[in-house]
Design a protein around this ligand. Structure first.
Ligand SMILES: NC(=O)c1ccc[n+]([C@@H]2O[C@H](COP(=O)([O-])OP(=O)(O)OC[C@H]3O[C@@H](n4cnc5c(N)ncnc54)[C@H](OP(=O)(O)O)[C@@H]3O)[C@@H](O)[C@H]2O)c1
Length: 250
């Protein structure tokens, strides 16, 4: 009989194999792939107190680290890099036996190249670089380069195509795009995202101040823990889930 109880994967060797296999792209193309990785609560909230980490589970961390271990480049928007205090990527010890070579370079996308982004990237030994939109002023680029920050200037035109062209010049096959939501929207609307690896955190976030640009857990909202009971998909690609409401509302 068909079970609708999805497998629970953890950090034991069999689970790690299953996670790694699940993350293999279906049809690698010749061009660099842009593979987005995001987490949200069941209701679609993407941050807790301005960061995504508060939504994470240990298994989400395994997935996130596996996508980094697979990637040649990590791509992230300036908003996320600053909010999450990005630094150089490292390959998690869990995945080092599957990756040869150094950790992927981090590329931060920007249109304005503010000073605080230069501060973030300076002193990272070329491991956190800037990918500047074509329109970024020469003075901003020179200011970053004066601090030893490597700046790649993107081609004019759609962002996704420009990122793919840069990835190609850097001989990257897989680009791990880590957000944020605004840049994800741009890349999706351009048809530039090949894959979305979406973690659904086991909670609903209800009520509170929803006036922020990025929906997040803020003052007045309530976190309701949940547990998935069954899940199935359909020929049109939908995902259907049943959740039990947990205890310990925050
Ligand atoms: N739940 C999750 O999985 C997840 C993942 C990532 C982030 N987040 C959260 O999301 C929030 C940040 O996300 P966000 O959506 O506000 O910002 P974001 O997408 O990370 O970054 C937006 C910034 O990217 C740059 N940018 C946008 N379009 C561009 C283009 N076409 N070319 C070059 N640069 C471009 C601009 O930088 P400049 O302003 O420098 O010009 C823009 O302000 C944070 O709170 C973070 O914690 C959640």
């Amino acid at each position: 009989m068909l079970s609708t109880r999805p497998p629970a994967l953890d950090d034991d060797p069999a689970s790690l194999d299953a996670i790694w296999t699940a993350l293999q792209p279906d049809q690698p193309t010749g061009a660099p792939m842009i593979r987005a990785v995001m987490i949200s609560s069941i209701d679609g909230t993407t941050t807790v107190d301005g960061r995504s980490g508060g939504l994470g589970t240990p298994t989400d961390r395994l997935v996130y680290d596996a996508m980094r271990a697979r990637a040649d480049l990590v791509l992230v928007g300036s908003g996320t890099a600053l909010a999450e205090r990005y630094g150089p990527a490292v390959v998690s010890p869990v995945w080092t036996d599957r990756r040869t070579g150094p950790a992927p370079t981090v590329l931060v996308l920007t249109r304005s190249l503010p000073d605080r982004l230069i501060d973030l990237c300076a002193g990272t030994d070329d491991r956190v670089r800037i990918a500047a939109a074509h329109e970024v002023g020469r003075q901003r680029i020179e200011a970053a380069r004066a601090r030893g920050v490597r700046v790649h200037v993107l081609d004019p035109g759609p962002t996704g195509a420009a990122v793919r062209a840069l990835a190609s010049r850097l001989h990257a096959r897989e680009v791990d795009f880590e957000g944020g939501p605004r840049l994800l929207g741009t890349l999706l609307s351009e048809g530039a995202v090949d894959d979305l690896v979406l973690s659904v955190a086991p909670e609903l976030i209800v009520g509170g101040d929803d006036s922020t640009l990025t929906p997040g857990h803020g003052p007045g909202s309530t976190r309701v823990p949940m547990r998935v009971v069954s899940a199935f998909t359909c020929p049109r690609g939908g995902l259907y889930t049943r959740w039990a409401v947990g205890e310990g509302v925050r």
